[in-house]
Design a protein around this ligand. Structure first.
Ligand code: AMP
Length: 344
């Protein structure tokens, strides 16, 4: 008997619930201090306590997973923990999805390479501050989750802000060539939740969300005069997610971008996409979609749709969360004796 295992954080409740709905056993790798929250929902058949996501590299933890027939469903916590090459090589239990893609998600240079290979529209990248001729988003080395980002109006403004960042000790002068400078796209952010099914050989769109970010989404609540006087610096820390349904005319491009991404991942990161992924987009005033990031695994915005979304109900006549869809794919693969098609 196999069981679905995941780290206790991010989208774990949804993943466990989805596995249960499909009649699979569940195992929770519970971070110390979080036992209480998972006990409240009682969705884990087995609990293995860990101190940090890095404990997945420990021999005894892996033994326990192997004994339980666990298939690990990875999520954002695994990626943010780093040490992904060690995970690729040293983690022995099967992983649902492509374990080799996580490094490409984590590393900004690889990420950019894969998005370019896909041939989808991406914001212009500036190789050096001197080339900047328009509003840009600057991502400092090691920045993640929207912290360590700032917006600059033009080259002059960028220069001033970089000096400021160096002065404040947030960046060393010799690190300036490692900053990532991207055209700032003014528009609506969109995070389509894709699922690629190797068993059905089809790309599905199961939902879409926007992120609610602090403080940038709070700035609009104060009047322009106060905004100017306060000399605010926008930050982009994700606080929660809001559902969004797209204009139907955008769906063609959303699917096209998803298909191109799948094709590129197959070429650069074999065996390519398996299961959930997300392209992080901004839609400008002309309705053009720009992809500025990707996630090669389940995103937390899917937590909105435990009972399904407007998109999942077009495909399934039952509530289909991303967590449940993962479990369904595992069952389909097991039924045909082809679990290796959905795991790495
Ligand atoms: P990330 O950590 O890359 O997901 O980015 C955090 C947030 O920064 C996003 O959700 C967007 O609000 C914003 N962002 C990142 N890159 C861009 C861009 N090129 N243009 C506009 N907004 C962006």
């Amino acid at each position: 008997m196999v069981c679905v295992a995941t780290i206790g954080s991010h989208s774990a409740l949804q993943i466990l619930k989805g596995a249960k709905m499909e009649g699979l056993k569940t195992l929770l790798l519970c971070l110390k201090g979080r036992e209480g929250i998972y006990a409240r929902y009682g969705l884990a058949d087995e609990i293995v306590k860990i101190d940090s996501p890095e404990d997945l590299l420990r021999g005894d933890v892996q033994e326990r997973l192997l004994e339980s027939g666990a298939i690990l469903v990875p999520h954002g916590t695994l990626i943010s923990g780093g040490r992904l090459e060690e995970f690729e090589r040293g983690f022995r239990p099967p992983v649902f999805g492509n374990r080799y893609i996580f490094r490409w998600e984590f590393d900004r240079v690889l990420k950019d390479h894969l998005l370019r290979e896909a041939g989808i529209r991406i914001p212009k990248k500036f190789e050096c501050p001197e080339d900047v001729d328009r509003p840009v988003m600057v991502k400092l080395p090691g920045a993640e989750g929207g912290r360590g980002y700032f917006v600059a109006r033009d080259g002059k403004d960028l220069d001033r802000k970089l000096n400021e960042v160096v002065k404040r000790g947030l960046l060393k002068r010799e690190e300036i060539d490692r900053i990532f400078i991207q055209e700032y796209i003014l528009g609506v952010t969109l995070y389509p939740h894709y699922f690629y099914s190797p068993m059905l050989e089809r790309l599905e769109l199961l939902g879409c969300d926007r992120r609610y970010e602090s403080n940038v989404d709070g700035i609009g609540r104060i009047c322009a005069k106060d905004q100017l006087e306060l000399d605010l610096i926008p930050t982009f820390r994700v606080i929660g997610n809001i559902p969004i349904v797209l204009r139907e005319s955008l769906l063609t491009e959303v699917f096209d971008a998803g298909e191109r991404f799948i094709a590129a991942a197959r070429r650069l990161v074999p065996p390519g996409m398996i299961g959930p992924f997300c392209l992080e987009m901004v839609c400008d005033e002309e309705g053009r979609l720009y992809t500025f990031e990707f996630s090669g695994r389940i995103v937390a915005g899917t937590n909105l749709f435990i009972e399904g979304s407007p998109y999942s109900s077009l495909l399934f006549d039952e509530p289909m969360s991303m967590g449940r869809r993962i479990a369904r794919e595992i069952k389909l693969a097991l039924g045909e004796g082809k679990i290796e098609r959905v795991t790495t």
